[in-house]
Write a protein that binds this ligand. Structure first.
Ligand SMILES: [Cu+2]
Length: 155
């Protein structure tokens, strides 16, 4: 339920409009729009600078749920493993609740967001070190299908 509340807050923020001062919304100094389709991110390459604060707004125009996990490949692997563990774990929820309807543990991850079809959500990030990280979707099969984007962090 906490996860749903987070989504509601994000949706509410989006409704405030871009005229709001960025600081009051917890926004980064730059807004990057990313479209989620079945199954890809568009665009799939981004460049930022160390120290820059960026808000990524993910818009799911596909027909299925997608997620965006931001981190290096180790982080992507860990998240993928967590998703797999979760999908094979016994269902621990109210009777009749399908696993697909449940929020997976990554929903509590500040580096991840789940976006239902037709919805949007945001993640705000600042970048401490130069290098390359990734945006990945780890819904079953999506990463392997190419649902990944790169973020190059320039010094
Ligand atoms: Cu996906």
């Amino acid at each position: 339920m906490a996860a749903l509340a987070v989504l509601a807050i994000v949706a509410g923020m989006a409704g405030c409009g871009d005229a709001e001062p960025a600081a009051e919304l917890g926004r980064g100094t730059r807004l990057l729009l990313i479209t989620m389709t079945d199954s890809a991110f568009s665009p799939d390459k981004f460049e930022v600078r160390v120290g820059e604060s960026v808000t990524f707004r993910f818009v799911n125009t596909g027909l299925v749920r997608h997620e965006a996990v931001i981190g290096d490949l180790t982080y992507q692997d860990a998240h993928a493993q967590m998703m797999e563990d979760f999908s094979t774990a016994p269902v621990a929820g109210p009777p009749g609740q399908s696993r697909r309807a449940m929020r997976h543990p990554g929903m509590n991850d500040p580096n991840a967001v789940v976006v239902e079809p037709g919805q949007s959500a945001e993640l705000t990030f600042s970048f401490a070190r130069a290098g390359q990280i990734f945006i990945g979707c780890h819904e079953t099969g999506h990463w392997d299908a190419g649902m990944q984007a790169s973020i190059t962090i320039n010094p």
